[in-house]
Write a protein that binds this ligand. Sequence first.
Ligand SMILES: [Zn+2]
Length: 301
Amino acid sequence: MFFRNDSNGSAIATTYSWYSGSSIIDTDIVFWDAAFTFFSGTAGCSGGFYIEDVVAHEFGHALGLGHSADSTATMYASASYCSQSFRVLASDDIAGIEAIYPAVATTPPTAPSELAVTVSTDNPASAVDIAWTDGSTDEDRFLIERALAGEAWAQVASVGANVTAYADQGLQSGTNYSYRVRAENSAGFSGYAGPASATTQSPVPPATPSSPTPATGATGVSIDIDPSWVSAGVRSYDVYFGTSAAPARYASGLTAARLVLPTLSAGTTYFWRVTATNEAGSSTGPTWSFTTKAAKPRGKK
Ligand SMILES: [Zn+2]
């Protein structure tokens, strides 16, 4: 800042800023000493301006503020002779500078609490739901850490301020996972919530095949029947079928709960059973039977 024995139109002082991109990297403040008389303090001004008030306005420019439309603001574009109002910032000036220079935390956030880890309802064998209570108002994010029994903690995710839940997916089935969560801001880390843990569900074998069509013991069944059944959690089926009461394997690796058969013999009892398989094992239903419709005697109508 300097006094210059010159004038610049109606300007009392002028702030010149040099930029790199949108950032001010240097400023110079010039007081136009040939055009105006400058005073200091709170008394004695006559037909001029107090330097305290002019410099407060110019320093606002140096920090990046433009002019305010609020006539009570320090950053209002014009000043009255000998005014002492600019040296005290108005709420508009403070709001402007806080918008350009947001508050920075000086202490780490308070720790979150009440960590809860539960197995996912939708994907119980491969995901867990993590929830906690936010303990702070000044966190920038929450960090989620995970560990297997006896192994080191590792951060697996971060979520934004005020988020209080995270779903950890892609986990191994039948495995116990521990979690802990902490908050972070520019001043550092909070303490942890937790640890808490949950065990993903072990895979279970498929449901035992049931509800055969035709029903077991049925008679008068069409020779064009394709038997079907019901199960759940299945990857594939093997079907045993034949006229023996202990039928041999007839088809394997079926993915639909239906056995497509050629035309059967009339008036014949067939036996069948179904084994359902997935990665956890197999389930075999009971042996079912049905009897096809008898052939019509020849020569009669
Ligand atoms: Zn100005």
